[in-house]
Design a protein around this ligand. Structure first.
Ligand code: TNX
Length: 514
């Protein structure tokens, strides 16, 4: 293979599948470079977590690592100040890493006497902690004390992501999921170095976040869901709790309000948003493409601006998603009028707009991020946007849609983009998928989970795992460092971890689970 980083010889992670004790045998996503040694380090009862003096960020990650390791080891693992020559523990350092590792990469060295993790920025340190976690025995995930030994294979991992945006999406509009379910999904995603969670906060069936200037959106528009259940919404305090939890896992929340279609819940909540001044009833079916905001009314843009302002205020991250998909009840001319007024509103509140790929039909500014959800390899307006300089999030539905069934026997899920077994979700290259969308145009990848048929956290887990780990590797690992044979072996090693964590995953027959 080839190597994007300077440095010594390395081994593609997949090639090490025949060497189970090696460093690369259990890590998903595959690291960019692995040099295994014959050494091993065993974490003992006297171990400490050393952090660089004066770094609150490294200290926070040290506390997080301590929280991961304490329950199963039963060790105290106190935090201590790092100095050269410390041994017998894990050192977390925001210095001394190669500049080529960027702001999300890390260098992890395991010798017989300890573990040293170095990164240029906190996100890299956090990613390295997930690698260390996967190098430890799966029993480390137990909530109560286990015997160990807590042995880590020796060597050096030098790692950085191929793409800076590695996302998952959760549709909380078709079925509502409460704060605890979302937090748990965030924790599960962090293990695979996913760094973005896109929340689909509104659709025909429900509006899921409190907006103070339009209170009926959540109170009435959020009062049901697909199938007619009670639905629900996040208060601003609850939404902030999700954002803060995501931040603690180095995950950026991207809020989506889907416009101008997929808006029945808003239209039902406020009669004045409808062209005919009449509010439709709430909707609990699963059809798409029947609703539209009223493009010719000024109140539509006051509404959008109020929502964008309040959402931007809840959003520390750079992105705000405005939907734009399947606007079948809006004419093309109206769609363009609408987007050309709304995109500047997003910019006015300091955010970069993300939109489903239909947004490229209006020739959006280069700051707009189209999200590709098609199944084909040709999309003229997307390729033209790329020519102008737009960066794309890749979520082709026939590869990354976590709501598609795995096969004909999958009890829930849809089939319109085909069955997606684990290998299908893994075997594709985001930079060689759509004609005219090369590597440099790809901001990253995302695995959307639409929830027409997904009702519970158990359902979320069953549809996302193991496929979301496949998409995570597609987004993180250099193309040359990944192959199906290596992946299935490393993915198999996640099974015992999920068993212990209680993750309800699909035990695909494609994977040699232990
Ligand atoms: C298409 S993908 C949709 C959603 C559905 C999904 C179901 C996209 C941008 N729109 O409204 O939930 O299919 O797979």
């Amino acid at each position: 293979g080839t190597c994007g980083l300077s440095g010594t010889a390395w081994t593609p992670a997949g090639a090490l599948a025949a060497d189970p004790p090696g460093m690369a045998a259990t890590v998903v996503p595959a690291p960019a470079h692995v040099e295994s040694s014959t050494a091993t380090f065993t974490l003992g009862g006297q171990a400490r977590i050393y952090v660089q003096d004066g770094s609150p960020e490294a200290t926070k990650i040290g506390e997080y690592l301590r929280g991961l390791l304490r329950p199963a080891t039963g060790y105290a693992l106190p935090l201590a100040t790092y100095s050269a020559g410390v041994s017998g523990g894990v050192s977390l350092l925001l210095s001394g890493a190669d500049a080529g590792l960027g702001d999300q990469g890390y260098r992890l060295e395991v010798t017989g006497t300890g573990v040293t993790l170095r990164a240029n920025a906190p996100a890299g340190l956090f990613a390295g902690v997930q690698t260390l976690r996967q190098l430890l025995p799966a029993a480390i995930e137990h909530p109560t004390v286990r015997p160990g030994p807590w042995t880590v294979p020796g060597g050096i991992i030098t790692d950085r992501p191929r793409f800076r945006y590695r996302g998952a999406m959760l549709d909380v509009a078709r079925h509502f999921f409460g704060v605890d379910a979302v937090k748990r999904y965030i924790d599960e995603l962090a293990l695979y170095k996913i760094n973005t969670l896109h929340l689909h906060l509104s659709d025909d069936q429900g509006w899921r976040v409190q907006i103070d200037s339009w209170p009926r959106l959540a109170e009435y528009g959020g009062s049901t869901q697909v199938g007619g259940g009670p639905g629900g919404h996040y208060t601003k305090a609850q939404y902030r709790e999700i954002v803060a939890h995501a931040q603690s896992r180095h995950i950026t929340i991207v809020p989506e309000i889907d416009l101008p279609g997929h808006t029945n819940a808003a239209l039902a909540s406020y009669a004045e948003l409808n062209c005919d001044g009449t509010a439709p009833p709430l909707y609990t079916g699963t059809g798409v493409g029947f609703s539209s905001l009223c493009i010719s009314k000024e109140i539509t843009y006051r509404f959008v601006e109020d929502v964008v302002r309040e959402l931007a205020e809840l959003t520390p991250g750079p992105y705000l998603h405005i939907g734009g998909d399947e606007a079948h009840a809006t004419t093309d001319a109206d769609y363009a009028t609408f987007m050309n007024r709304v995109l500047p509103i997003v910019a006015k509140y300091g955010k970069r707009a993300v939109g489903w790929n239909e947004v490229t039909k209006v020739g959006p500014p280069v700051s707009t991020v189209p999200q590709y959800w098609g199944t084909g390899t040709a999309n003229t307006s997307l390729a033209q946007a790329v020519q102008r300089g737009n960066k794309v999030v890749m979520s082709p539905a026939n590869k990354t849609y976590m709501d598609m069934k795995y096969n004909a026997s999958t009890p829930i899920g849809l089939t319109w983009a085909g069955y997606i077994e684990v290998r299908t979700a893994y075997d594709w290259d985001p930079a060689a998928y759509v004609t005219g969308v090369p590597e440099a145009a790809v901001l990253g990848v995302e695995a959307p989970l639409w929830s027409e048929t997904v009702r519970t956290l158990k359902d979320i887990e069953f549809m996302a795992f193991p496929r979301v780990a496949a998409v995570a590797e597609v987004g993180w690992s250099p193309q040359a460092a990944r192959d199906w044979t290596g992946f299935r072996g490393r993915l198999a090693a996640q099974g015992p971890r999920w068993d212990i964590l209680g993750v309800n995953y699909y035990a695909s027959q494609q994977i040699p689970w232990p």
